[in-house]
Design a protein around this ligand. Structure first.
Ligand code: ADP
Length: 667
């Protein structure tokens, strides 16, 4: 086939430009990316050869070769991996398969520094394009294993590329980059220099599991030449006696760090490995070494990143642990090793009990895999539990990033529900007070666990109380809290909308009911107190009966009913849900998420008979049941109840009018 010319998609063009710009100060990552692609190609060839030995002759060593040509100003990276066909080139190099190209470009624009930009490349799978950071002339020649024909892809990074027939004797891929002359002037970015090449490989690719051979120039003393008596070759510096020779030197150590005993490995080495594995530029928050010798033998090295990766919630984001069987990489991201909610855990698992030919389909049913997975979950949860007890500050950092995942786990992993509940932390009436006391506190507030909450419960408190709301600012002053504060009962502030969903499924901790105080009737205190309260309320109901009906009439269909409150001490009124109702915040959230038209359950307006406003309203009503001020006040009570819980007013203009009118009257 003759040469064919193709256009890159328009986003690709922008991507190439952005990448060159954002990564200008850490150009060397391009080498890591191309080596990583080569290593993946070698993995695939090795994997294919497991089922078809003809794909890899016994005497062929899988390796990566890097060489430079100072005169031609080129750098060549070659592998004997699986190679690409012509169609593969179009699909893999000519188009960006990942749906997140746009997202990638956006994120790249936001990146504050080159390190952040670098980590994006790996996360978005656009490694090949990093070649254009150092080159505007890239040639890829490749021959797919088992095929006769080879092809060449060539692009100058300006929006188009060509594909041509090529000659290549061996299988695999060879990438030649013409380096920019201006980069070569700076010694550190002179990638024709063997020292720079070797250092870059050590820095980024030391753990690659194939030899990375670099072509180097060696000098040695001529032998077999007649020399004067007593000539010492080791001290001779006569240049005419020296010969130069080109040799291949291995630049990476290939050490499998997860097989070593932790005592033999430094923190720095672990962190380097982590960074290589994840493309994260910051240190991990937690590290976990695993070694199991029971029913299934395996070793593992797991990490929890200090920040939750932001692509975690994309529907097609891939996650999982790197899986090795008998030290051979089987899968880059094995999701079967982790439950969904632990998808933020990174690392490597290497088991000697797994079959090398294990396929994805088999994985899901494999007993060893499910045993390992169970074990991983246990170890991770133990690690977190331990940290939450012994290193609360570090644990607080974890919770800040991963609260949602732990909650998701509590809702989905029945077996570990109690452990997960134990890991949860909340702000509460108590912690807010503690915060206020602490003068040198940072912006991060103290939080409580359920267990700590329970340990502070006064003896007459039976249930765990919680209030939901959009933000701490709004619910901190909610009228719903009044009676609880007065009794000295702690209330948890649940500001994550997910909490309400979660705790409608999980209704207890340690045998104590979790009660939402914005719903249902509230009865606090000992049996005698409750009885006394009930009697008082019954008496007041007789007095207020007519007024309640009047208010309900004035509010029309806005409320389910109007009743006297036993939860208010200083506010005149509040709105409460019925048991089992969804809160208005959750209703708003679900509506926003596309459940429009979902019926909102009507709530109950509770009024405080001991408030002077209600006392006065009652005496106006007693004097004249048709007093025109009463419906207006009813509307205001309702509107204020909405405002104080952070809900929007149905008609703010009407509200303002009414208030103004009353202000005028009172002057
Ligand atoms: P990613 O590696 O994250 O998929 P890249 O842009 O780095 O993204 O590479 C795109 C694809 O091109 C790879 O998935 C692979 O299919 C193919 N590819 C890249 N380099 C090689 C190589 N050296 N040998 C074989 N295939 C390769």
């Amino acid at each position: 086939m003759a040469q064919e010319k193709f256009e890159f998609r328009s986003e690709t063009k922008e991507l190439l430009q952005m990448m060159a710009k954002s990564l200008y100060s850490s150009k060397d990552v391009f080498l890591r990316e191309l080596i990583s692609n080569a290593s993946d190609a070698l993995d695939r060839r090795r994997f294919e050869s497991l089922t078809d030995a003809s794909k890899l002759p016994a005497d062929e060593t899988l390796e990566i070769r890097v060489s430079a040509d100072k005169v031609a100003k080129t750098l060549t990276i070659e592998d004997n991996g699986d190679g690409m066909t012509r169609d593969d080139m179009i699909a893999n190099l000519g188009t960006i398969a990942h749906s997140g190209t746009k997202a990638f470009v956006e994120k790249l624009k936001e990146a504050e520094n080159a390190e952040q930009a670098t980590s994006l490349i790996g996360q978005f799978g656009v490694g090949f394009y990093s070649a254009f950071i150092v080159s505007d002339d890239v040639t890829v020649t490749s021959k797919r294993v088992g095929q006769d024909k080879a092809y060449t892809f060539h692009s100058t990074g300006d929006g188009a590329y060509t594909i041509d027939d090529a000659e290549k004797s061996s299988y695999g891929t060879k990438i030649v980059l013409k380096l920019r002359p201006e980069d070569l002037e700076d010694h550190l970015s002179d990638f024709t220099d063997e020292y720079v090449i070797k250092e870059t490989i050590k820095k980024y690719s030391d753990f690659v599991q194939y030899p990375i051979m670099v072509e180097c120039e060696h000098q040695h003393h001529r032998t077999g030449v007649e020399e004067a008596e007593g000539h010492d070759e080791s001290t001779c510096n006569d240049p005419t006696h020296m010969v130069k020779e080109r040799v291949w030197e291995q630049a990476n150590s290939m050490k499998a760090i997860w097989l070593k005993n932790p005592s033999e490995v430094t923190d720095e080495e672990y962190n380097d490995f982590y960074k290589n594995l994840t493309y994260d530029w910051s240190e991990p928050l937690f590290r976990l070494n695993l070694k199991a010798e029971g029913t299934v033998e395996y070793r593992g090295l797991l990490f929890i990143p200090s920040r939750a990766p932001y692509d975690m919630n994309y529907r097609d984001a891939k996650y999982g642990l790197r899986l090795h069987a008998q030290h051979v990489l089987i899968m880059e991201k094995c999701a079967e090793l982790l439950p969904d909610y632990l998808r933020f855990v990174k690392g490597v698992i290497d088991s000697s009990d797994l079959n090398l030919n294990i396929s994805r389909e088999i994985l899901q049913k494999d007993r060893s895999i499910s045993t390992i997975r169970k074990h991983i979950v246990k170890k991770v949860l133990d690690l977190l539990d331990n940290a939450s007890e012994n290193d609360p500050e570090k644990y607080a950092k974890f919770w800040e990033q991963y609260a949602r995942y732990i909650k998701e786990g509590a809702a989905s992993d029945y077996e570990n529900k109690d452990k997960l509940l134990k890991l949860m932390r909340f702000v509460s009436t108590f912690t807010v007070d503690e915060d206020a006391k602490d003068e040198n506190k940072g912006k991060e507030s103290v939080k409580t666990s359920f267990a700590q909450y329970v340990s502070r419960m006064p003896s007459d408190q039976k249930d765990i109380y919680a209030i939901t709301g959009e933000s701490l600012e709004v619910i901190k002053n909610s009228p719903h809290l009044e009676a609880f504060k007065q009794k000295g009962y702690e209330v948890l502030y649940l500001t994550d909308p997910y909490d309400e969903i979660l705790f409608s499924q999980i209704t207890e901790f340690d045998g104590k009911k979790i009660v939402f105080i914005g719903r249902g009737e509230v009865e606090l205190g000992s049996e005698e107190e409750k009885k006394a309260n009930r009697e008082k309320l019954d008496a007041q109901k007789k007095d207020f009966g007519g007024l309640l009906e009047k208010i309900q009439g004035a509010l029309g269909g806005s409320v389910e009913s109007v009743r006297l409150s036993s939860r208010l001490t200083s506010s005149p009124a509040c709105l409460v849900g019925q048991d089992g109702d969804m809160s208005p915040q959750l209703h708003r959230l679900l509506s926003k998420m596309g459940n429009a038209g979902m019926p909102e359950s009507k709530r109950i307006l509770e009024i405080n008979p001991n408030h002077p406003l209600l006392e006065k309203m009652q005496s106006r009503f007693a004097a004249n049941a048709d007093d025109a001020i009463i419906p207006k006040f009813a509307q205001l009570l309702y509107d204020q109840s909405l405002l104080s819980e952070g809900s929007p007013l149905p008609d703010p203009v009407e509200y303002t009018k009414l208030v103004t009118e009353l202000m005028v009257e009172s002057l």
